[in-house]
Each structure stands twice: as structure tokens, then as C-alpha cells.
Design a protein around this ligand. Structure first.
Ligand code: HC1
Ligand code: SF4
Length: 568
């Protein structure tokens, strides 16, 4: 065993890659802007400085722990240095905290408070830079940037997109899309990974809550909402609950108080997706055509494939995402069910994802020029509405979702975690391919957090080779393998966000270093707590096919309403 000393305490060195991680493990939350364990080390913000005997002052994120090191984290000199760095950042930053959408979750604001900054030098010399609101999903405000580079590295290292980079020099340095263009003019896929790591309000989801308030206050409108699988295990965090605590019932109660007329579940449509996508998959597998089949429910992945791998679009499932399947089924069935005109039916989605805003406004998902889903709010935005209305979320008595589109099986709920779509498809394929009921529903082989999780599963006398991929950089690796003719997978699940939708950029910011695991567990717990676990057992889907979808999965009507074509 090896030890070092941190602030007079003897601490064991475990497997930490750098001194910062050991310091945080001992319970000292050393501030940083530019450190994320999943990104490369940049060392630019210099807030994590420490003093090491014999070495002087160094950044702890870029220092390898060594036996016998004697480390101090809070000498007067270090404290003063951190304050100077912070003041310089603040001086070069819009001080509009009270009106910023990141207020309360901003690390610059938090650290200014923690470090007791009470004045900012030179602030009146600041010249504002233009704000970029061109993207349907995100707002980019360079005036709030601290040049930590987290967004640049997330875009390149996790997504391999490279849509943004540093531009200009010296005091004029900014982060920008190439040639100072707007975000909608470059290859950005709207995944929001940049917003997810941004410590300030410089890249944030585009807030659209006013549109929903207006619809809720319009007496002519019937407002129906769908909630994505991942929302239920994260929204509670905005109200003091633990990550992963399942709060579907409280969510329904809160939305009814806000004035939503009907509250439904995207997981219902995820069950529908399982039936359509598995039917497509089994058909291709039987014919040996267009394999592997890529999943298509993640809109950032679809845009990525359209931009970088148009030659592989034939491999993507033609299924619309559950969000959009929900939209088309709701437009087809709800007017009659609720006795309302289609133009007076306002459909809202609550999604963990910024790219879902983009997806809902695509032309493919409009009927007679009108969007199927009128507006998409992120979890953060819904949380803000609940706060604004003064609703005591954690104290609410749970209520039930509306039927029939509030009914789902556990298969539709686990969609929100990486591996979940594959597991849901396997639960269907196991019965379809053998013609027998299968009691076991857990497929642990597809659960976990490896970058590319490969597995081979035998169903009857058929062998299926699957890969579960999250992070577009990993999706790129698989796509390159296919181009090189080196890929023998049958089925590939792709989610842009590492961990799956539970870690989407529209989710609340968490200070819990283990939040992804906790939210993932929450969805598996939710699956266990439901009556049914296989999409094919959802009784409302059977009546939905009979009444509105041409009788069975893969039918002509099902194709018209539930499938799509891709842009090349
Ligand atoms: Fe997802 Fe999906 S699981 S994409 O991650 O297929 O956003 O939660 O709603 O559409 O169901 C997101 C989550 C979500 C869709 C489903
Ligand atoms: Fe890059 Fe995604 Fe941010 Fe676009 S949204 S700049 S692709 S990280």
C-alpha cells in the first residue's frame, strides 16, 4: 500500500489517476471548472491548485499521486490565487445571474459564493458578444463563457463531432462553431453534451416554457403530455429527492396541478416501438438483409448518421422514435377519445434530451404542415414550471397516469438506460422466435456501462450477435467497422449520451458523482415494480393495433404512421 498526506491526514493511494480525485475522495471538494473524469485533462481553470512540499504550487488535476507527497489544499496563498482566477473570469463575463437560466445550478455563481467574492474588477469595460439562438435545441451565449473548454472536449472526445472550438486569440478568445458560424450552420447534432458539461449558462437547453404556459391558459386547448422514461428517476432531484427515486405518481400530480388535461407515458409508445422494430429486425434477420439493424430512437444519432454515414442509412430501423410514434398515434386516436378537434389538441413532451426538440420540428413529423408534437420541454424546464407554480413536489400525493396511453410494461421503461432497447427487443424476440412463453425477462448481458458492449445470445436455434453502444464516438467506431466489412453484428443499439437517456443534457444537474448509476437502477426498479415486463403483453397496444394501426405490427397503416425515411 502507498500513502500520502493531505492537510495533515494520511491517505491511501488507491487507483486514482490524479491527485484531485484523491483529494475529493477524502471529502475536500476542491473547486474546478475544467475537470470531468470522462474527459481529457486540460488544466486551464487552475482552481484546483495545491501546494506540495518540494514541488511548490501545481494543478492537482494534472499531478500523479506519489508515495510520501505532503499536500496542502488551503494555504492563504492558494485561497488568494483561486479568488484572483475567479475575479478575472467574472470580469470577463456577463453579470446577469438573476435572469440566467442556469441560476442556481451555475458553478461560477456557486464558487463566487463559496469563496466569498464580493466585488468584481473592471466590469464596466465589458463589451457584449452576440448570442446564438439558431439551434432548435440550444442557446449559446459567449458572454457567460469561462473558456474552460469542457464543451469543446465533450463534443470531440465523447461525440467525435467537433462542431465547436476555440476561436480568436488573447483577450478575444471565444468558443465558437467553425468560421464563427451559428450552431445550425455546422454539423452539430444537438445532443447537448456541451450543455451538460458547461459549468455556467454559456450553453443551455432552449427554454420554451412560455409556449406551454400559454397553451395551459388557453381555454380552447386540450393539453396532453407524454413523459419520457428517464424523467421519473431524475426530476425529483430538483426538489431534494435522491437520484433514481421513482416519482412517476408525484410527476402526474404536479402536472395536473399545472393544468395539463391528460398525462400519458412515452413508455407506452416505447412498447409500440418494440413491436415494430422487433418485427422489422426478425424480418431482416430471416432474410439476411441490411444487417446489422441500428436502433433509431435517438435523434442525435439519427442526425449524426445522416451527416457522416449516409451510405449506412439503410441499416437504421425505419421506426420513428417513441416520442414521434406517440405523436402520430395521439393525433389519430385522441380527438375522438377526448372529443376534441385536432387543432385544439396541444401535445407536449417532457424529455431528458435537447435533440428531441429538434426531432419534433422535423418535416417528417408534421401532418398537413402541423407538428405532431407541438413542443418539447426538458426535465429542467418542467422542474422550473413546477417551482414557478410554487408546488411542493416532494410532498405531493401520487396520482395515476391517464389511460390508455399511460399504460406500459417494464420493457418500455428501461428504454431510458443504455442497453434497455436491446433488452426490450430480446424480451419480444425470445417469444416470437420460439413461439413459447418465456418466464425470465432479465438480460444482464446487455446491461452495464462499457463503451461498446458485445454479446451473443442464443434463442432457439438462432444466434444473435448484439452490440450496445453509447457515445457517438463509439457509434463511429462501429460504423467504420461496417464500412470496412469487419462487422458481424445483427443488432446495434445506439444512444448518444453515455449511460443512456437518464444522463441526457436536459436532465437536472447533479452534484452526486454516482448519479448515472442511481438513475439507471431507478429504471430497473421501476420495471420490477410494474405488472408486466414484455411489450407484447401490453393489452392496450393490442386494441390500438385493432382500432388504428391496421391490425398488426408491420401493417401498411403501421408503416404510414409509425415509420419514417431518412435525409441524405
Ligand atoms: Fe429516451 Fe426514448 S428512451 S430516446 O432515451 O426511445 O429522450 O427517456 O423518451 O423517444 O421511450 C429520450 C428517454 C425517450 C424516445 C423512449
Ligand atoms: Fe457538439 Fe453536441 Fe454540443 Fe452540438 S450539441 S456542439 S454536437 S456537444
Amino acid at each position: 500500500k502507498k500513502y500520502l498526506t493531505i492537510d495533515n491526514r494520511r491517505v491511501e493511494i488507491k487507483n486514482e489517476r490524479n491527485l484531485l480525485e484523491i483529494i475529493r475522495r477524502t471529502g475536500i471538494d476542491l473547486p474546478t471548472f475544467c475537470y470531468h473524469s470522462e474527459l481529457s485533462i486540460y488544466g486551464a481553470c487552475r482552481l484546483c491548485v495545491v501546494e506540495i512540499e518540494g514541488m511548490g504550487i501545481v494543478t492537482s488535476c494534472s499531478t500523479t499521486p506519489q508515495e510520501g507527497m505532503v499536500v496542502s489544499t488551503n494555504t492563504n496563498e492558494l485561497r488568494e490565487m483561486r479568488k484572483v482566477y475567479l475575479k478575472l473570469l467574472l470580469a470577463n463575463h456577463h453579470q446577469t445571474c438573476t435572469t440566467c437560466s442556469k441560476s442556481g445550478a451555475c458553478r461560477l455563481q456557486d464558487l463566487s459564493n463559496r469563496l466569498g467574492i464580493r466585488e468584481i474588477p473592471f466590469s464596466e469595460e465589458y463589451k457584449p458578444k452576440p448570442v446564438d439562438s439558431s439551434s432548435p435545441s440550444l442557446i449559446r451565449d459567449p458572454n457567460k463563457c469561462v473558456l474552460c473548454g469542457d464543451c469543446v472536449r465533450a463534443c470531440e472526445e465523447i461525440q467525435s463531432v467537433g462542431a465547436i472550438d476555440f476561436a480568436n486569440r488573447g483577450a478575444d478568445t471565444i468558443v465558437s462553431p467553425a468560421f464563427l458560424k451559428n450552431l445550425d450552420a455546422v454539423e452539430c447534432v444537438y445532443c447537448g453534451m456541451c450543455a451538460g458539461v458547461c459549468p455556467t449558462g454559456s450553453i443551455t437547453p432552449k427554454f420554451e416554457t412560455e409556449k406551454v404556459w400559454n397553451a395551459l391558459n388557453d381555454k380552447k386547448k386540450t393539453v396532453a403530455v407524454q413523459i419520457a422514461p428517464a424523467i421519473r428517476v431524475a426530476i425529483g432531484e430538483m426538489f431534494g429527492l435522491e437520484p433514481g427515486e421513482v416519482s412517476t405518481g408525484r410527476l402526474v400530480a404536479a402536472m395536473k396541478l399545472l393544468g395539463f388535461d391528460q398525462v400519458y407515458d412515452t413508455s407506452f409508445a416505447a412498447d409500440l416501438t418494440v413491436l415494430e422494430e422487433s418485427t422489422e429486425f426478425i424480418d431482416r434477420k430471416t432474410k439476411g438483409e441490411k444487417l446489422p439493424l441500428f436502433t433509431s430512437c435517438c435523434p442525435a444519432w439519427v442526425k449524426f448518421a445522416e451527416q457522416f454515414y449516409p451510405d449506412l442509412l439503410g441499416n437504421l430501423s425505419s421506426c420513428r422514435s417513441p416520442q414521434q410514434m406517440f405523436g402520430s398515434v395521439a393525433r389519430k386516436t385522441l380527438p375522438e377519445q377526448l372529443n376534441v378537434k385536432n387543432e385544439d389538441l396541444y401535445l407536449v413532451s417532457i424529455m431528458p434530451c435537447t435533440a428531441k426538440k429538434f426531432e419534433a420540428q422535423r418535416d417528417e413529423f408534421k401532418t398537413d404542415g402541423h407538428r405532431d408534437v407541438d413542443v418539447v420541454l426538458t426535465t429542467q424546464e418542467l422542474g422550473m414550471m413546477i417551482k414557478e407554480a410554487g408546488i411542493d413536489f416532494s410532498g405531493l400525493t401520487p396520482e395515476s397516469l391517464d389511460m390508455p396511453m399511460g399504460f406500459k410494461t417494464g420493457a418500455g421503461v428501461i428504454f431510458g438506460v443504455t442497453g434497455g432497447v436491446s433488452e426490450a427487443v430480446l424480451r419480444f424476440a425470445a417469444e416470437k422466435l420460439t413461439g413459447k412463453k418465456v418466464a425470465e425477462t432479465d438480460y444482464n448481458q446487455v446491461r452495464g456501462n462499457e463503451d461498446i458492449r458485445e454479446t451473443e445470445i442464443e434463442i432457439g436455434d438462432i444466434k444473435l450477435k448484439l452490440a450496445v453502444v453509447h457515445g457517438l464516438k463509439n457509434a463511429r467506431k462501429v460504423a467504420e467497422m461496417i464500412r470496412a466489412g469487419e462487422c458481424d453484428y445483427d443488432f446495434v443499439e445506439v444512444m448518444s449520451c453515455p449511460g443512456g437517456c437518464i444522463a441526457g443534457a436536459g436532465q437536472p444537474f447533479s452534484k452526486d458523482y454516482n448519479y448515472k448509476q442511481k438513475r439507471q437502477n431507478g429504471l430497473y426498479v421501476s420495471d420490477k415494480g410494474l405488472q408486466l415486463h414484455k411489450s407484447q403483453d401490453n393489452p392496450y397496444l393490442q386494441s390500438c393495433y385493432a382500432d388504428a394501426l391496421g391490425g398488426e405490427p408491420g401493417s401498411h397503416t403501421a408503416h404510414e404512421l409509425l415509420h419514417t425515411k431518412y435525409k441524405t
